[in-house]
Design a protein around this ligand. Structure first.
Ligand code: 5RP
Length: 222
C-alpha cells in the first residue's frame, strides 16, 4: 500500500468516532484531508466543525460542512488531527503543516483527542522530525539563539507565514527524552507563540494505519 492509501484508510476509520450533535475539531494536513472527506458523510448529523487552519476551512466549506467559530462554542467534543511523530505515551510532534498554534488550542478545548497516523510516524523517542516552533517575526533571531542553548539547531522555514502572521523555526538535532519538560522550557521563551510538542496535552488515542488494517493505540499506563 502507498502512504496515501494508508492515510486514506485511517482518515476514513476516524469517522466511526463521530456521533450525532458533536462539535468536531478538525486538524490540518494530508491525512486530515481524507478525514474531512469522510466527515462530509456525517455533515447533517454534527453540530459543526471547528477548523485549525485556513486550508482545512477551505476544504470543509467546499464540502458544505458547517463551520463553527472557536469563540462561539463551549468546547469541542472530539478532535481529529494528524501527527508528524508520536511516541508510546502518544505525545507528538506536530506542525509540519505550520498549523500548530490553532491545533494546540483545539486540542486544549477537546474532550477527546484522536490522532490519525501511518506507521512512518511511530517512534520510540521524539525528535528525528525537526520540531516546529511558531515565533513572532521580530523575535526570530532571539528565539533561535535560545533554542541553540537547549541543544537544537533551528532552521528558519523559508517563505512560510502562518495563518496567524508568524514564522516557523524547525529545530533539528533534538533527542527529546523528557517531552513535557522541553515543551515547558520552549513555551517560556519570550516571542514563542507555540511549540509543536504535544506532550502536556497528548492524544488520547492514536489510530494507526498499517498494511493489515487500522490499530487503536492508547497510552501505556504509568
Ligand atoms: C499540521 C500537522 C499535521 O497534522 C502533520 O504535519 C501531519 O501531516 P500529514 O497528515 O500531511 O502527514 O501537524 O500542522
Amino acid at each position: 500500500m502507498t502512504q496515501d492509501e494508508l492515510k486514506k484508510m485511517v482518515g476514513w476509520a476516524a469517522v466511526e468516532y463521530i456521533k450525532p450533535d458533536m462539535v468536531v475539531g478538525v486538524g490540518t494536513g494530508s491525512t486530515v484531508a481524507h478525514f474531512i472527506d469522510s466527515l462530509a458523510t456525517q455533515k447533517h448529523l454534527i453540530k459543526g466543525a471547528v477548523s485549525s487552519s485556513v486550508a482545512s476551512t477551505d476544504k470543509l466549506t467546499a464540502l458544505a460542512i458547517p463551520i463553527l467559530d472557536s469563540n462561539e462554542v463551549d468546547g469541542v467534543d472530539i478532535y481529529i488531527d494528524g501527527a508528524d511523530e508520536f511516541n508510546p505515551d502518544l505525545m507528538m510532534i506536530k506542525g509540519g503543516g505550520a498549523a500548530l498554534t490553532r491545533e494546540k488550542v483545539i486540542a486544549a478545548m477537546a474532550k477527546q483527542f484522536i490522532a490519525i497516523a501511518d506507521k512512518s510516524k511511530q517512534v520510540d523517542i521524539l525528535g528525528a522530525f525537526p520540531l516546529p516552533v511558531e515565533v513572532i517575526p521580530m523575535a526570530r533571531a532571539y528565539v533561535a539563539r535560545e533554542l541553540v542553548k537547549l541543544g537544537g539547531l533551528p532552521e528558519y522555514r523559508q517563505n512560510v507565514v502562518t495563518d496567524n502572521g508568524n514564522v516557523i523555526l524547525d529545530v533539528h538535532n533534538l533527542k527529546i527524552l523528557d517531552p513535557i519538560e522541553l515543551e515547558n522550557k520552549i513555551n517560556a521563551i519570550a516571542g514563542v507563540v507555540t511549540v509543536g510538542l504535544f506532550a502536556i496535552r497528548a492524544a488520547d488515542i492514536v489510530l494507526l494505519a498499517t498494511p493489515t488494517g487500522v490499530e487503536k493505540l492508547t497510552a501505556k499506563k504509568p
